[in-house]
Design a binder for this molecule. Structure first.
Ligand code: NAP
Length: 250
């Protein structure tokens, strides 16, 4: 696909924050955005893992990224405000926000689901993306055409046994993405959409399906066309949609 070639640089001079940039799909997205010209703010909870993504991007001669650690399980609204202040001072604008970090939680019937696991999954998968978007909205509104991308799942569209809080959190993501998109449609240049990655070869997928042959699923690098499209000007005007990354072609 020609738009994935780094020499096109469709994200030149853009600043994009990626949550969960330390592993799996977020890691691939961060590297894809950098290869396409963006300065990427790598966010996750493990500095060591983020350092290795930083090294790969700079080794490939991408724009020097930034690293910010934050644990979404414990982050307070005040920490999100501090984050917004830091980014305002460093960059003054945010062109893209990929809300990708997530946890699986327990794979159990709801009747056996623990209250602790429920709270953690809702905190990391649903509350954190809401607080992050709220805190960073003023910076996104500084951009000419900012793009916010939430991350859903097949079980965020149809409930399935034993997917518990994860499924509920992804239904919530589909909902808040629609609400943001509708609220911002006529008053700002920020567009808000949702990606369902589909089955992808990551640690999370392996935890959810331990008996599955990982080779049958695409690697994160193989599903980047939609991730790139939604961050580039090619998707201007697309707002409030929930799209599938697996098999996406322009
Ligand atoms: P992954 O490989 O497990 O990566 C998850 C990322 O989220 C990691 O960078 C992880 O950081 C970060 N993270 C987890 N808990 C965090 C916390 N408390 N604070 C900050 N960061 C945290 O998962 P993935 O498969 O790439 O999934 C990415 C997104 O796609 C998720 O939202 C997932 O629900 C969704 N999804 C995936 C699939 C699939 O088949 N893979 C299918 C549908 C939807 P650490 O490196 O520190 O753990």
């Amino acid at each position: 696909m020609s738009s994935l070639k780094s020499d096109n640089k469709p994200l030149q001079n853009r600043t994009i924050l990626v949550t969960g940039a330390s592993d799996g799909i977020g890691r691939a997205a961060a590297k894809c955005y950098a290869a396409n010209g963006a300065t990427v703010i790598l966010m996750g909870r493990s500095e060591d893992k983020l350092d290795s993504v930083y090294d790969e991007i700079t080794h490939d001669k991408g724009p020097t990224p930034a690293i910010i650690t934050l644990d979404f399980n414990t982050a307070t609204p005040e920490e999100y405000s501090e984050l917004a202040n830091t980014l305002d001072q460093e960059f003054g604008v945010l062109d893209g926000l990929l809300l990708n970090a997530g946890i699986l939680g327990e794979r159990k019937p709801l009747a056996q689901y623990s209250a602790t696991a429920w709270q953690q999954v809702i905190q990391v998968n649903l509350t954190a993306p809401f607080l992050m978007t709220k805190a960073l909205l003023p910076l996104l509104e500084q951009a000419d055409n900012a793009s916010v991308v939430f991350t859903s799942s097949g079980v965020g569209r149809k409930g399935k046994a034993y997917w518990g809080a994860y499924s509920a959190s992804k239904f919530g993501i589909e909902g808040i993405a629609q609400i943001w998109a509708d609220e911002l449609a006529n008053i700002s240049n920020v567009r808000v959409n949702t990606i369902n990655p589909g089955a992808t070869r990551t640690n999370m997928r392996a935890s959810a399906y331990p008996a599955e042959n990982p080779e049958q699923n695409p690697k994160p690098e193989d599903i980047m066309a939609l991730y790139l499209h939604l961050m580039s000007d090619a998707s201007m005007g697309i707002n409030g949609q929930s799209l599938d990354a697996n098999g996406f072609k322009l």
